[in-house]
Design a protein around this ligand. Structure first.
Ligand SMILES: Cc1ncc(COP(=O)(O)O)c(C=O)c1O
Length: 295
């Protein structure tokens, strides 16, 4: 039985977003944001909760090096670098690309500041780097290291426990929550929320990281709950997207301007929008007025 390590300050706050609510046609008190950017670790983000479980498992296995994959601007890679540094583990990031850009920016700069080593894996989609990551693990073993492979996006039944906890936290903060909206990339976030809140209350917005993320999230949720959750039980909407988090050089503005969203930065909103709505999402075509633009 793995017990998690604590890497952040919990619970994260739940903030009302009255101006954004008005912008999308809701009553002021009906839209809330779960601020999982405010964890206090490495710039925050949704991977911290998963990493608490994964790092505990890595330490239990006697690992000294975390290896993971992601897009060139992956939030997951940056947070794995931060969590590894906190836990005293080396971190190797396997990222697509032909080499360090002349002028690295964003998460690549932070990865370096957090002392993570990057292995450039050439032209590949972030979700297809597992083979290269295995190869990197084999090389590390050959050098005498003990690597631990953190799955794509930190997602799997173990990492998803972090979002089952998040779902329980949301229920304690807003017992009347009706809809929880999350980005659906590698699947662990939605799976954990479904385990805590039930499939009916969770809406995943597929950002295009996997060909069939609903099936992946359903499998993780089944594992977590011990009862069968199938993809048809899950509420998933596809939005037009240029790929998963970090697929481009930067995440463009989406959803709303910072002014409309009450000061939460646009980029920070990705995956941190937990919504308590009355009626809206149940209305025919209801999702349209969230006007999501995920980059
Ligand atoms: C900040 C953030 N939130 C949520 C998600 C989606 O989470 P998951 O990869 O567990 O599906 C992602 C990645 O797509 C992300 O970067």
């Amino acid at each position: 039985m793995v017990e998690k390590v604590t890497l952040a300050a919990w619970p994260t706050p739940m903030e009302a977003a009255p101006r954004l609510a008005a912008e999308i046609g809701l009553a002021a008190g009906d839209l809330w944001i779960k601020r999982d950017d405010l964890t206090g670790l490495g710039g925050g983000g949704n991977k911290v909760r998963k990493l608490e479980w994964l790092i505990a498992d890595a330490l239990r296995c006697g690992a000294d090096t975390l290896v993971t994959t992601g897009g060139p601007q992956s939030n997951h890679a940056r947070l794995t670098a931060a969590a590894g540094a906190r836990a005293g583990l080396n971190v190797v990031l396997v990222l697509p690309g032909s080499g360090r850009p002349d002028r690295p920016a964003g998460n690549l700069l932070l990865d370096a500041a957090l002392a993570a080593r990057v292995v450039w894996a050439g032209d590949a989609a972030p979700a297809e780097l597992a083979g290269q990551a295995e190869k990197t693990c084999a090389e590390l073993r050959h050098e005498g290291a003990v690597p631990y492979l953190v799955p794509f996006g930190g997602s799997g039944p173990l990492g998803a426990r972090g979002y089952r906890e998040a779902g329980e936290e949301i229920l304690a903060q807003r017992p009347d929550v009706r809809h929880v909206v999350t980005a659906l990339g590698s699947g662990g976030t939605m799976a954990g929320l479904v385990a805590a809140l039930g499939a009916d209350r969770v809406l995943g917005v597929d950002v295009g990281a996997l060909p069939d993320p609903a099936a992946v999230a359903a499998a993780f949720a089944s594992d977590l709950t011990g009862s069968e959750v199938t993809a048809v039980h899950l509420r998933v909407r596809r939005v037009r997207t240029r790929g998963a988090a970090g697929a481009g050089t930067s995440s463009g503005p989406w959803l709303a301007s910072p002014r409309e969203s009450g000061g939460a930065g646009c980029d920070h909103l990705r995956g941190h929008l937990w919504v308590h709505l009355d009626g809206g999402l149940d209305a025919p075509g209801g999702f349209r007025y969230l006007r999501l633009r995920v980059w």
